[in-house]
Structures are given as C-alpha cells and as structure tokens.
Ligand binder design. Structure first.
Ligand code: ADP
Ligand code: GN1
Ligand code: MG
Length: 366
C-alpha cells in the first residue's frame, strides 16, 4: 500500500490525524476513511485513489463532479434542504486543485464524510429501499435543468447493452485471453440466447422515443448514504458516471442490486430472486420524485429495464472473468463468474415474474 499519510498532507483537512483505513465495498476505486482530531472535535474525510484503468481523463471527470455538485447545491437550497449534507462536498488540495497526483502518477481526491451516515450492501426492509428510490428520483429531478452538453462522457457507451455485447463480450469470448472459456460455456450460452434484449432500449433511443437525461448510471444501494438515526436517505454519492443516459438505466440498476433477495456475489443461487415487495417500494419512491417527467415509453419499460440492467451487469462480470479480471476488483479467482451466475439467476427469475412487475408499475403510475 502507498504511504497514505503522505497523501493526506496534500489536502486541506482540519486537525491532527487519528486514523486512516480502507473503507466501503465499491468495486472500482480504493476508498479510505480518515479521522482527524480538531481540538477535541472529530473531523472525518473520505479519500479515494481513482482507478486509472477505468477512468481515462481524470481532470475532466473531476470537472464534471465539481460542476454537478455545485449545481445540486443550488437546487437543494431552492428546495429548502441542507446543501452541506444532501450532496457531496469535495475538499481541494493545499494548492487549490481538485485532485492530487502522487509521485507514482496516481490520482487522489477527498471529500467530507457525511456525518452520522451509513450505507448498506443489501436491502434490509422495504422502507429503506423506498428511501433510496426517493434519493435517486430526486437526484434526477434536481439535475433536469443541468446543461447536459457541458458534461464530459466519462465512460462512453456505458449502458449501451448492444455495444457491450458486440464490442466487448463477443470479442472477449473469441480471444479467450484467460483460457477460462471452457469453464463458463453455459453462461456464454445464456447471454447468446438473449441477445435480442440488447438492442431494445438503444433502438427506442434511435427512434426518438426515449429521451436522454442527466442520470447517475450507477445506482447501487451502497451509492446512497442514509442517516444512521432517522434511516432517511440523505445523499447520493459515487458521481463518476453522471452522464447523459436514460431514466430507465437508473431505475433498472437500482432494482438489479437492491431487489435481489441475495447479495450480488451470493453463491447459493437458490437464495437469488426478485423481491416484488422491494421492487414496488423502490418504484413508489422513485416515481414520487421523477415520475411526473417520465413519458409513457419510459414508464412502460421500467420493468424490462430492471431485467436488462441485470443482464448487462452479468454480461460485464462474465466478460471480465473471460478477460482475466482486469476491470472489477475481485476477492478470489472465481469472483466475477460467481457474480455473473448470480445476475443471470436473477434475470431468469425476473423473466418468470415480468407480468407481475409490469402490473405493479401500471398500478403505481395510474
Ligand atoms: P466506488 O466507485 O469504488 O464504488 P464510492 O465512491 O461508491 O466508490 O465509495 C465507496 C464507499 O465509501 C461507498 O459505498 C460508501 O459506503 C462510502 N462513502 C463514500 N463517500 C462517502 C461519504 N462522502 N460519506 C460517507 N460514506 C462515503
Ligand atoms: C461498479 O463502483 P461501484 O462498485 O459503485 C460499476 C457498476 C456496476 C457495479 C456492479 C464505474 O459500481 O457499473 O454495476 O460495480 N461501476 C463502474 O456491482 O463500472
Ligand atoms: Mg460505489
């Protein structure tokens, strides 16, 4: 591990360092929680080493984040909210920069740890998930007037499932760089048998039926911070993928993660299923904020998008497994394959319950 104490000195933190350790369970960046003693008051900060394999232009990425968070602060203020708590607050370096580049060329950034907050890796009750729907719905609503053209596209084609299939999955299977192809033939078949799913939303964009909006694009439950006392959602975090996208991506990706009755890397697939109660709770929260601006095609595809985002994520995990684990952080060699199998089990269960999912949405949207 790099000398993190040396990195901490480069930021405008208040107080004397008490502790700094690895924090959270994101799959992309390396996250630390640092605590400082400021004359008896404890100040906590999050410090992140940004993943350079994933993000190619970190200057522009950080420009996006600073402009999005300052816009959000204005909207939160207008709505009478607490702008310091309801959006991320980044800390500049002692030189006034948005990030620090260490001697080995790594990029670091820092922000205030939202006080008295907690995040969850699985949904514990329907109300928790409804709260996360409110948070992501509000995020989209607040950003509806943000100038989308000013955003740099951090990860182009991020949720273009057709692109993921044709340009990433199929070539990975062909190249078989890790030599693992023979260990996942049935999962490869699972994807190929469903390739028709991949073009459904992209075709609707091309036909002008689904509008591009400013969306979060990585709406996992653990990308929302909750108040540890009231259990209300406070703030949406992990803004690296804020880009023009579909409301459907944000909705579907939340369902993929939070309405799964098992965690994303559960090996016992009999535990994996879609919780219709959680699905309904999230939809209720999300639509209470963003519903008014969605068109009929968007509403009609919320259930399908949940299946599609699960399918796409499973395909991405499988692609990474076949490539030899170059993108997602893994804890053991089969981790990406376990995640892919889990996502595909959830896809299969959603296929069985698609009519019920559509009926829930139709009922809420009445
Ligand atoms: P990654 O891109 O790797 O997912 P995140 O930005 O989501 O990184 O951060 C990882 C975890 O750290 C989050 O899931 C959350 O638990 C915690 N975290 C990040 N930022 C904050 C913050 N400002 N306040 C409190 N917790 C945070
Ligand atoms: C990654 O960074 P994190 O852990 O919030 C990934 C998402 C995937 C998710 C799967 C930038 O999210 O797209 O859906 O893992 N983020 C990026 O758990 O690729
Ligand atoms: Mg995250």
């Amino acid at each position: 591990m790099e000398n993190i104490n040396g990195i901490l000195e480069k930021f405008n933190f208040r107080g004397k360092l008490i502790d700094c350790s690895i924090y959270g369970s994101g799959h992309i960046n390396v996250t630390y929680l640092a605590s400082f003693d400021d004359n008896g008051k404890e100040n906590k900060y999050i410090v992140q080493k940004i993943n350079p394999n994933v993000f190619k232009n970190i200057e522009k990425l950080m420009d996006n984040i600073f402009s999005v968070t300052s816009f959000l602060r204005g909207e939160i203020r207008k709505a009478g909210g607490d702008e310091n708590r309801e959006t991320l607050h980044y800390i500049k370096t002692v030189d006034g920069d948005k990030f620090y580049i260490s001697d080995d060329g790594s990029y670091y950034r820092a922000y205030i740890f939202v006080s008295d907050s907690v995040s969850y890796n699985s949904t514990e009750n329907a109300e928790m998930f409804r709260q996360s729907g409110i948070a992501f719905g509000k995020f989209q609503k607040y950003l509806s007037a943000f100038p989308a053209d000013s955003l740099y596209e951090t990860l182009p084609e991020f949720h273009n499932t057709k692109h993921r299939y044709e340009t990433e999955f199929l070539p990975a299977v062909d190249a078989n760089l890790s030599g693992r192809k023979d260990t996942c033939l049935s999962e490869i078949d699972f994807v190929n048998n469903r390739k028709a799913y991949c073009s459904h939303l992209v075709d609707m964009i091309a036909d002008g039926r689904l509008p591009l909006r400013v969306t979060h694009n990585d709406t996992k439950l653990n990308n929302v911070i909750f108040d540890k006392d009231s259990n209300e959602a406070i703030c949406v975090i992990d803004l690296d993928t804020v880009m023009p996208g579909l409301a459907l991506y944000d909705f579907g990706d939340s369902i993929r993660f939070g309405a799964n009755t098992a965690v994303e890397d559960e090996k016992d697939l009999s535990k994996v299923s879609i919780s219709l109660d959680y699905f309904k709770a999230y939809a209720d929260g999300f639509l209470s904020q963003a519903g008014g601006s969605l068109n009929k095609d968007e509403i009609d595809n919320l259930a399908f998008a949940s299946l599609l985002m699960t399918f796409e994520c499973g395909m991405r995990f499988l692609t990474d497994y076949i490539n030899g684990d170059t993108y997602f952080k893994t804890a053991y060699p089969e981790h990406n394959l376990v995640r892919a199998k889990n996502q595909f089990a959830l896809v299969a269960d959603m296929e069985t319950h698609m009519d019920e999912m559509k009926a829930i949405i139709a009922d809420l949207a009445k």
